[in-house]
Structures are given as structure tokens and as C-alpha cells.
Design a protein around this ligand. Structure first.
Ligand code: ATP
Ligand code: MG
Length: 883
């Protein structure tokens, strides 16, 4: 079976078991402060598991794009070195939310692997949780009993808490799990090792690996560490698709399957090097380094491409920085082991799109953007590498001159930290030059930095205090004030700051989402008024941030949104929709939203476009948006529309955005988008729209910043005031442009006149100086003191030398703006035959006017602070020349 067929068979199997087949959530997570990337299939169901979202349909299955490069799951350093961990991989999963539990999950997994896919049961081992006496959790005998229906006792292995007890985080849902492992060793390998597969489970053997993990969530862990029963049992399973494909295709490395081979073939073609597979047997150390590098590149190509397609570009902060680091790791391996000194990865994009573009259309649709961004990132990092290498060369030169053999770890860390120069590369280059690196010192520096980062980010959440049961209802599309109670609250401590998070039963407050900032406002009743300083969105709910708790948290309140700010944000949000529409009209359909930010006073919109937007195009966009504002098009809003119906309405969905089964569609005339944001009741509320700037944020991505309504009014006033002030400079001339033009022309011509005048003056002065020169032992000594600018003084002494090219010592002092300047000019013979040096003379003499300077042997100059010392300095030069 091909990989694509295997993916389909999984979906078909679980469909036949009444599971709803759902799409993968985006790999990049945008609205969860605790997680940057999807690292497991269950992430997108977190709010169902936590009980804040409707669990229907209770059976679901999908293939989920995952990325494990940060936080709790970080496999980055393994990737490429082993053959079964990837950064980005697909996780096949099936879920039951309060429907079937352990028995159903175990039976279905077994049926799929053995009856449908025909894996050999003799090669399969399963693990069950051995129990934890200190937590008072018994062994998972229940799971063991169900497994015993399918496998012999000696294929059931007890596992410890590390491998067989799953937890969502420090707090929250958790429970025992059962893993399925496959022994994929060849008969020869089994014979040679003499160890049974059973004894290799969870022992990091590359041929006995876990493929599927069935998690049985039945507990909730509280902040004090204790466990309570979960109100709804949850089945959450995850199977590594690439590992499954490898087993079914009879391969011994994920990279030997049809998922990776086309990419590796493309690498071979570009580099002229060869990749060896498992079947080729043991290879040399050099060949293994090439193999590792090719695996790294094939893997990272996928991670970076999918991330860009999901809207997360490489950048220098947060999720963007993680992506940048992955890409740089690939560049480094290609640079060092595949001899690629120029951008390389982007050349593999067409192969990836050819292989995966059908299953993941977002790749196909954005191929050009992916290639462009990748190439630019590669180029930039290669330049950094070059810089790092030359710095390292310098550092090695230094240790060599000291007769030492070791580069200190602080330097190695600086290279790593500022130039992205990883330790292994530094070590490699050092080794090639016969040096070592002080690794221990490097580790100390690294540790220090990690601690700094940890201290800066530390957030402490207390347990939620439940005041009442229930789910939150958001009423903010229709109301800005609403009666409410607090359902639950908790204390949060961040960098010693304390605040509280509140969840209300009914709330008109919009939580920050989709680029629109959260509402602020107040909670009031007769007894008190509590300020809500911000509203965030977490697990599908608005979480209100307050500095202090009400005295009586269980009282009834009125939740009141600050409507001035809300209206301004809403107008700006509506304006971004109109802007998006107008950009597509003016620039073309390739324009794709890549980010937006909407606050009460500004709006920002990022979109894909491959060149600067011209002034004319910007003006066209502005005119179009303002036309739509004047038409006062009313908001046409559709809530809870099934996704497919919304698409039929012509709504624009974004790549990398997560949509539920039911969506909200926002339409203003021809502009129609999927959107959960707060909008103006009609476009007229925007008032006026004006673009402030257009710039580039990354390869292929442009950014427009704009203002609306009152902000535009202020802008107009500021511009008008400035213009008035400028007019006043020109006596309020009617034709301001013409007058300024005339001034500029006059200024230019005056400048020319002055220059000519100065040249003439210099010429005359030079002649005069030469005529007045003194003769001292056959040398002409010329001195003088004038008021003039520095450049004229320099011209003057050069002119003197031109008129008198031999046996000349010329010292000219000038003052301009109260500052003295000393110039010394010597003829060549004075330098060669008399051993004079203008630089030395000027430096010594300048001390008399509290200054310093230098220059060449025949000409030098020095500035100073004290003009009164200038004459003495001139005399000093002549004296020092000792003619
Ligand atoms: P391992 O011990 O092999 O790292 P895990 O315990 O981290 O696996 P789970 O978190 O249980 O794995 O994830 C479920 C399944 O996802 C695993 O059984 C495996 O098939 C797959 N998987 C996990 N990590 C990776 C990875 N980095 N690359 C590819 N597949 C993976
Ligand atoms: Mg792991």
C-alpha cells in the first residue's frame, strides 16, 4: 500500500465504526497561550475534554499535522540521527468523548492493525500502566484484561509512570495509557541478538518502536497534585503515520518509505551525493554523516513548509523563532555535510508539493510563497554563517598566537547566541584546525541563559475556584452590557505581578482573537465597581483580567464594555475586511491574508504579494474602501452556519485557521469572510479610511497600516497644522509649491556661486602665501592663519603644494565656528630626504590647542578646542621640523 492509501484506509476504518472524520487542525496554534504548536491529535479537543465545549459528535477520527520541537515534546535533536522521530509528522487518531472506553479502543486498534492491515500479531507488544503505590493508583488490570483477548500474556508488558501515564500538563486531565510496539527486526537481526522483542520494548532500539498510544483519560490533576475522577471518560489515541507506513511497506527506516524517498532522491540529484538505505548495511562514518544530513533536510523541509503554509513565517520571536531554528538546523547540515554553500532547501519544495499537495492543498496553493520565504531565510543565514566563520577564524588565530589549544566556552556561546552558530559546527571547524572547545564552559553559559529566560516567563496559575457550574455564554455580538455572575476565578502570578482571571456565566466581553484586541470595561453592582483591564480567549471562552477580586464574588454584576474603545476596534476590524477585498480587486487573487491586528486606534494587515504596492495602487485601494464606506453597507451576519454552506456563500477561509463545524460569516456587500470578530453595524461607521504605510515584513509578505474615523480626523488636523506652519515660513504664499521650488533653485545656484568664489579665493590666497614664503636653509616655509571652512583649508594647502612642489613646509591654521584646525603639508622630498612626517608634527603641535589628529606622511590635520593656541601650534610645527 502507498502512504496515501494507508491514510485513506485509517479514515475508512474509523468511519465504518461511526466516527466523524474531521480535518486536521492547523499545526500552528494561534489562540492558546500555553502551546505554540500542535504536538498531538488531542490538542484541538482540549476544550471538549475540559468540559467547556459540546462533545457531540462523541466519536471522531482524523490525521493531525503535529510538530514536536518545543516545550514538553521536543524531539529536534534526535531528528535525522535516528530513523523514526520527526519534527513534523502526522498523527492518526480516534477519540471517544464519553462514549466507548478502554475495551472499545483496544478492540478497534487491534482489529485495524491485525485484521485490516495484516500486521503479524507475533511482532506486536503492548504495555499497560504498572500502577503507582504513592499516588494510590492500582495497575491498569482492566486494560490488561482486554488485551489478553488478543495477545498472549508474554506480549503484555508493565510500564512505568514515565511511559504509561499521560498528563495534559501540570494540572488537568490525565490517565493511564497503553502503547502498541512493533518488533521490525529482520530474522537475521533477531538471531544475532538473541534477545526477544519483549525485552527491547521502550529501550530505544531503532527496530522495536512504539507506533500507537491509547490514552485512557479518567482523572483530573489539581494544582496541589491530587487526583479526582473526571466527569467524562475520554479515549485519545495517537499513531505515528510515518512509522505505520514503514511497518506496512516492510522498511526499517521511516525515510525508506514513499513518504520521504522522493525528497531524498531530489537531494541526491542536487548534491550529487548518495543516500544509503537500511538494506545497504553498515556504511562508513562519512557516508553516515551524509545520510543524517539528508534525513535532516528532508524532515525539516516538511516542518518549515507546513508551518509557512499555516501562516507562521520564520521570525525572531516565539513560534517564528522556533521555525527559524529548524530551518537553520537544516541549512547547517546541508552546508557542512552536503557541501551546499548556497540556498538549497527551497529547491526541494516542488518535490514536496508534488508528493503531498493533494492531501494538503494548502501546500499547493502557497508553493510560491513557501519557496520564496525559504530561500530568503536560507540566504540570510548563510551570510551569518560566513560572518561567524570569519569571527571564529580570528578567535583561532588569537589562541594560536598564545600557543593555546582550546577555544573558551564563553566565545563559543557568543557565536551561538549572536550568530546562530551551533556548538557542533564550532567544534567541527575547531577540530579541523587542531583546536578543542571548552564544552563545560559553554554549557554553563547556556544554563545561565535558560534560567534568565525561565525567570522572565514564569507564570504561576492557582487552581480555579468554582463558584457555580455551567458553560459561558458569549452575548457580545448583540449586547455591550449584560447581567452576570462569576462562574469561576483563579489567581495568576507573573513576574511578581498578581492578577485574577474571571469566567462569567454571560459575557458581552470579546476575548482577544483573530487579531482583534480584547475588550476592557467594568463589572458593577451597587456595592462596588471592578475594572476589567483586558479580556483573553482561552479554551473557547472569554477570560476577564482584573487586578482585584470583588468583595463578594458570588454577587450579581452588570458586565459593561467600554463602548468607545469597542466601537473604534469594530470599525477598524470592518475596515480590514474592506481592505482585504479591495487589495484582491486591485492586486489580484493571489492576495492572501497573513495576519492582522486591530485595536481601537489602528489597524494592520499582512498579506502575500511579491512586490511593493505602488502609490497609485494604494490610492486605488483607498478610493475603493472609502467608496464602500460612503455606501454605508449594513452588516450581514450569519451565525452557526455549517462550514460547507459558508463556503457556498463565497466566504473566504484562511489557511492555518481553525474553524469549527459551525462558523460565523460576516458580509459587507461583496466582502464575505469567515470571522468571529466584532464589527461595525454598517460600513458608514468607519467614517474614513487612510493608509499610513506600506512595507515588507518578510519575503513575499507586505504590511499595510491604516487609520480610520476619528484617528483620520486627527491625522488631517496634524497635517493641516504642519502645512500652515510651513506656509508661514514663506509669508503665506499662495503658490506654496512654486515658492519652495524657487527657493530650492536659488539655494542651489547660490551654493554654486559660493563654491566658485571659494575656489577663486583659495587660488589667490595660495599664490599670495607662496610669494610670502620664508627661506630657511633652502626650504620654503609657508605659514598663515585664516577664518575659513575645513574643506577650503585643505584645498588651500594642496593648492600651495601644486604651486610649489619641492622643498616645502606649509602650515596653515584656520578657525571656523570658533574651532581651530591645523593643516600641515610637506613636499615629497621633505618626507623622503629630510625624514619629516606631517602626521607626527601635527599630533605633537595640536597639544597646544588641546586637540589631536593625524594623517599621511605628507599631509595631516588636527582639530582642537582652544583657538587661542593656534598660533603657538603653527610655530611649534616649524620648530619641530628643525630645518
Ligand atoms: P517515542 O517514545 O517514540 O518518542 P512518544 O511516547 O513520544 O513516542 P506519543 O506522545 O505517545 O509518543 O505519541 C503517539 C504516537 O506518535 C507514537 O506512538 C508515535 O507513533 C508517534 N510519534 C511520537 N513522536 C513522534 C515523532 N517525533 N515523529 C514521528 N512520530 C512520532
Ligand atoms: Mg517522544
Amino acid at each position: 500500500m502507498t502512504a496515501n492509501e494507508i491514510r485513506d484506509s485509517f479514515k475508512k476504518f474509523f468511519e465504518s465504526k461511526q466516527h466523524a472524520i474531521v480535518p486536521s487542525a492547523p499545526m500552528v496554534i494561534k489562540d492558546d497561550p500555553t502551546l505554540m504548536f500542535t504536538n498531538a491529535g488531542m490538542n484541538q479537543w482540549k476544550d471538549i475534554i475540559l468540559g467547556t465545549r459540546d462533545p457531540e459528535p462523541r466519536r471522531r477520527a482524523d490525521t493531525q499535522k503535529c510538530l514536536r520541537v518545543s516545550g514538553k515534546h521536543n524531539d529536534l535533536e534526535e531528528v535525522g540521527h535516528d530513523t523514526y522521530h520527526h519534527t513534523m509528522f502526522e498523527m492518526l487518531g480516534n477519540w471517544s468523548f464519553g462514549d466507548y472506553f478502554k475495551e472499545g479502543a483496544i478492540d478497534m486498534a487491534w482489529e485495524y492493525l491485525v485484521d485490516v492491515l495484516k500486521l503479524n500479531p507475533a511482532d506486536l507488544y503492548v504495555t499497560v500502566f504498572e500502577g503507582s503505590p504513592e499516588e494510590n493508583i492500582p495497575r491498569d488490570d482492566e486494560a490488561a484484561r482486554y488485551w489478553a483477548k488478543h495477545v498472549p500474556e508474554d506480549h503484555i508488558i508493565n510500564g512505568n509512570k514515565h511511559d504509561n501515564f499521560w498528563e495534559m500538563g501540570d494540572t488537568g486531565p490525565c490517565g493511564p495509557c497503553s502503547e502498541i510496539h512493533v518488533d521490525s527486526r529482520t530474522p537475521e537481526q533477531r538471531k544475532a541478538s538473541g534477545i526477544s522483542g519483549r525485552d527491547l520494548v521502550n529501550k530505544d532500539d531503532p527496530q522495536v518502536i512504539e507506533i500507537w498510544n491509547l490514552v485512557f483519560m479518567q482523572f483530573n490533576r489539581k494544582a496541589d497534585g491530587s487526583l479526582e475522577k473526571l466527569s467524562m471518560n475520554v479515549i485519545d489515541t495517537g499513531m505515528g503515520f510515518e512509522r505505520l507506513v514503514r511497518m506496512l511497506q516492510g522498511k526499517h527506516s521511516n525515510y525508506d518509505t514513499d513518504i520521504f524517498q522522493p525528497i531524498i532522491k531530489a537531494e541526491e540529484q542536487i548534491t550529487g551525493l548518495k543516500y544509503t538505505t537500511f538494506e545497504d548495511g553498515e556504511v562508513s562514518k562519512e557516508q553516515e554523516a551524509i545520510n543524517v544530513a539528508m534525513r535532516v533536510c528532508a524532515d525539516h523541509l516538511r516542518a518549515v513548509s507546513f508551518s509557512i503554509a499555516d501562516g507562521q513565517l520564520p521570525s525572531n520571536a516565539k513560534a517564528g523563532y522556533v521555525i527559524r531554528r529548524i530551518l537553520r538546523r537544516a541549512v547547517r547540515y546541508a552546508y557542512t555535510f552536503l557541501g551546499q554553500k548556497e540556498a538549497f532547501l527551497y529547491k526541494l519544495v516542488p518535490t514536496l508539493v508534488h508528493e503531498m499537495g493533494d492531501a494538503f492543498p494548502e501546500l499547493k496553493a502557497q508553493q510560491q510563497l513557501i519557496s520564496k520565504v525559504m530561500k530568503e531565510e536560507e540566504d540570510a543565514f548563510l551570510r551569518t554563517l560566513d560572518k561567524g566563520i570569519s569571527l571564529l577564524d580570528k578567535a583561532m588565530e588569537e589562541i594560536r598566537s598564545k600557543g593555546e589549544k582550546e577555544l573558551d566556552g564563553v566565545q563559543a556561546f557568543r557565536l551561538f547566541d549572536t550568530y546562530g552558530f551551533p556548538l557542533d559546527l564550532t567544534e567541527l571547524i575547531c577540530r579541523e584546525n587542531g583546536f578543542t572547545v571548552n564544552e563545560a564552559q559553554f554549557d554553563v553559559e547556556m544554563q545561565k541563559q535558560k534560567e534568565r529566560a525561565r525567570n522572565a516567563a514564569a507564570v504561576e496559575n492557582s487552581d480555579w475556584v468554582e463558584l457555580a457550574a455551567g458553560e459561558q455564554q458569549f452575548v457580545g455580538y448583540d449586547y455591550t452590557e449584560y447581567e452576570c455572575h462569576i462562574l469561576r476565578y483563579r489567581k495568576v502570578t507573573q513576574k511578581k505581578n498578581e492578577f485574577y482571571e474571571l469566567v462569567l456565566d454571560y459575557t458581552p466581553f470579546y476575548g482577544e482573537m483573530g487579531g482583534q484586541v480584547g475588550d476592557c470595561g467594568v463589572l458593577v453592582n451597587e456595592a462596588e465597581t471592578i475594572e476589567i483591564i483586558d479580556t483573553k480567549r482561552e479554551n473557547n471562552q472569554s477570560v476577564h483580567i482584573v487586578k482585584q477580586l470583588p468583595k463578594d464574588p458570588s454577587a450579581q454584576f452588570m458586565a459593561c464594555v467600554d463602548t468607545d474603545k469597542r466601537d473604534a476596534s469594530a470599525a477598524n476590524h470592518t475596515a480590514t475586511h474592506l481592505l482585504d477585498y479591495a487589495l484582491k480587486q486591485v492586486l489580484g487573487d493571489h492576495v492572501e491574508q497573513k495576519g492582522s491586528f486591530v485595536s481601537p486606534d489602528t489597524l494592520r494587515f499582512d498579506f502575500s504579494h511579491f512586490e511593493k504596492v505602488s502609490d497609485e495602487q494604494l490610492r486605488q485601494v483607498e478610493r475603493m474602501v472609502n467608496e464602500m464606506i460612503r455606501e454605508d453597507i449594513p452588516l450581514d451576519e450569519h451565525r452557526d452556519v455549517p462550514f460547507d454552506e459558508a463556503k457556498k456563500l463565497g466566504a473566504i477561509a484562511l489557511f492555518g485557521e481553525k474553524y469549527g463545524d459551525k462558523v460565523r460569516v460576516v458580509r459587507f456587500g461583496p466582502s464575505c469572510e469567515f470571522c468571529g470578530g466584532i464589527h461595525a453595524k454598517a460600513t458608514g461607521k468607519i467614517g474614513f479610511f487612510k493608509i499610513i504605510s506600506e512595507s515588507s515584513v518578510a519575503a513575499g509578505i507586505r504590511r499595510i497600516e491604516a487609520k480610520t474615523g476619528k484617528e483620520c480626523e486627527e491625522l488631517l488636523y496634524a497635517t493641516e497644522d504642519m502645512l500652515k506652519a510651513v506656509k508661514a515660513f514663506f509669508n503665506n504664499a499662495k503658490d506654496l509649491q512654486g515658492v519652495i521650488q524657487k527657493y530650492i533653485e536659488e539655494h542651489d545656484s547660490m551654493k554654486k556661486d559660493i563654491e566658485q568664489f571659494q575656489a577663486e579665493r583659495v587660488q589667490a590666497l595660495a599664490k599670495d602665501l607662496v610669494a610670502r614664503g620664508r627661506q630657511v636653509n633652502g626650504v620654503t616655509v609657508i605659514t598663515g592663519k585664516f577664518e575659513m571652512m575645513a574643506n577650503a583649508a585643505k584645498d588651500l594647502v594642496f593648492k600651495v603644494r601644486e604651486l610649489h612642489p619641492e622643498s616645502l613646509v606649509c602650515v596653515v591654521g584656520t578657525v571656523f565656528d570658533g574651532k581651530p584646525l591645523l593643516n600641515v603639508m610637506l613636499s615629497d622630498d621633505m618626507v623622503k630626504d629630510h625624514g619629516l612626517n606631517a602626521g607626527q608634527l601635527v599630533r605633537e603641535a595640536a597639544k597646544l590647542m588641546q586637540g589631536g589628529g593625524g594623517g599621511q606622511p605628507h599631509f595631516a590635520s588636527a582639530g582642537g578646542k582652544n583657538p587661542d593656541g593656534l598660533s603657538a601650534a603653527i610655530d611649534k610645527v616649524v620648530e619641530l621640523a628643525s630645518l
